[in-house]
Design a protein around this ligand. Structure first.
Ligand code: SF4
Length: 62
């Protein structure tokens, strides 16, 4: 499973970074997701963070 942040949509609110810093980091004004596959023990947290994004900028891929 991987996460992708749409930089065009992200408003830089940092919610995902605060919820799951293992996967999401800020890079300038927007969040970026780790390019590494998400560890299984972080998948629920990463999914919750994606669902908490106020502008739906995060896509989770299997
Ligand atoms: S929660 Fe969404 S809008 Fe906020 S920083 Fe993360 S990707 Fe960007």
């Amino acid at each position: 499973m991987k996460a992708i942040v749409d930089a065009e949509t992200c408003i830089g609110c940092e919610v995902c970074v605060e919820m799951c810093p293992e996967v999401f980091q800020m890079e300038g004004e927007v969040a970026i997701a780790s390019t590494e596959p998400i560890a299984e023990d972080l998948s629920d947290l990463a999914t919750d963070a994606a669902e908490s994004c106020p502008v739906d900028a995060i896509t989770i891929e299997p």
